[in-house]
Design a binder for this molecule. Structure first.
Ligand SMILES: [Zn+2]
Length: 70
């Protein structure tokens, strides 16, 4: 007893549009680096803003991520 092979339905070709994603990936990467700078380094002599508001705003995140603070 033989059974005929049932052909599988054709699956659509999956393509990842790298050229469309790349500018957004670079933008998100730069944005992440800016946020990482403010969380990790914005204090003391390296501070861009002298009033300390940015440092206090991200202070809990700094301790959460184990960056040295005080
Ligand atoms: Zn602290």
């Amino acid at each position: 007893m033989t059974q005929a092979a049932v052909p599988l339905p054709a699956t659509p070709e999956l393509r990842i549009p790298i050229r469309e994603i790349l500018p957004w990936a670079v933008f998100i990467g730069v944005l992440a680096l800016v946020v990482l700078y403010f969380v990790s380094t914005e204090q003391g002599a390296l501070a861009l803003f002298s009033n300390g508001y940015v440092h206090e705003f991200v202070h809990d995140g700094r301790h959460l991520l184990a960056f040295p603070c005080h």
